[in-house]
Design a protein around this ligand. Structure first.
Ligand SMILES: Nc1ncnc2c1ncn2[C@@H]1O[C@H](COP(=O)(O)OP(=O)(O)OP(=O)(O)O)[C@@H](O)[C@H]1O
Ligand SMILES: O=C(O)C1=C[C@@H](O)[C@@H](O)[C@H](O)C1
Ligand SMILES: [Mg+2]
Length: 172
C-alpha cells in the first residue's frame, strides 16, 4: 500500500504537519523517531548517549525499511537525518511511495528550533549563535539528500493548515 513520506530538516514541521494531514485524509501517521524509541525502549537522546550515532543510524534504516514493507497505507514522518544515511534517499523513489520535502529556510528553522532544542541531541548544547551557524552548514550538506524527494513544499510563512492543503493538492 502507498506510503506518504514527509522529510526535511529538524524543526521543519514533519511531525506537526503529518499529524494534521493524517486527521484530514484519514491515513494513519507513524513518526519514525517514535517507532525507533518504541523498538528499543529508549529516548532518541539516550540512544545517542549510550550507543552513539552510528548505532542510531543502523536502527533508523532498519525501522524505515520495516515501515516501508508494512502492508498498511501510512504517512511516515522521517527523522531529520534519515534521507542522509544508509542510502535511505534511494528509497524515497520506491514504487508506491510519495515523498515530500518540507523545505524551510535557515531563519524559519532557527526560530522553531531555538524554543525547543533539548530533545534534539545534535543541537541540545549549542548557543543561539552556534546553532544558527550549525543549521546553515548542516542544511547545506543535507540539501542534496532532501532534494531526492519527489515533491518539495516550501513551509516558510505558512500556517500548518496551509501546508497541509498544499500537500493534499499534490496528492490529488
Ligand atoms: N506553520 C508551522 N508549521 C509547522 N510547524 C510549526 C509551524 N509553526 C510553528 N511550528 C512549530 O515548529 C516546531 C517544530 O515542528 P516539528 O516538531 O513538527 O518538526 P519536525 O520536523 O518533526 O522536527 P524533528 O525532525 O526534530 O522531529 C513545533 O514546535 C511546531 O509547533
Ligand atoms: O537531524 C537529525 O540527524 C536528527 C533528527 C531527529 O529527527 C532525530 O532523528 C535525531 O535527533 C537525529
Ligand atoms: Mg518530528
Amino acid at each position: 500500500m502507498r506510503k506518504i513520506i514527509l522529510l526535511g530538516y529538524m524543526g521543519c514541521g514533519k511531525s506537526t504537519i503529518a499529524n494534521k494531514l493524517s486527521k484530514n485524509i484519514g491515513i494513519p501517521f507513524v513518526d519514525l523517531d517514535k517507532k525507533i524509541e518504541e523498538k528499543v525502549n529508549l529516548a532518541i537522546n539516550t540512544i545517542f548517549e549510550k550507543h552513539g550515532e552510528i548505532y542510531f543510524r543502523k536502527l533508523e534504516h532498519e525501522v524505515f525499511i520495516e515501515l516501508l514493507n508494512s502492508p498498511e497505507q501510512l504517512i511516515i514522518g522521517l527523522g531529520g537525518g534519515t534521507p542522509c544515511y544508509a542510502n535511505n534517499h534511494e528509497l524515497l523513489k520506491s514504487d508506491n511511495v510519495v515523498s515530500i520535502y518540507l523545505k524551510a529556510s535557515i531563519e524559519t528553522l532557527f526560530k522553531r528550533l531555538s524554543t525547543n532544542k533539548s530533545k534534539r541531541p545534535l543541537i541540545a548544547n549549542k548557543s543561539d549563535e552556534e546553532m544558527k551557524e550549525f543549521i546553515a552548514m548542516h542544511l547545506f550538506e543535507r540539501s542534496f539528500y532532501y532534494n531526492q524527494a519527489q515533491y518539495k513544499v516550501v513551509v516558510d510563512d505558512k500556517t500548518i493548515d496551509q501546508t497541509v492543503l498544499d500537500i493534499i493538492a499534490l496528492l490529488a
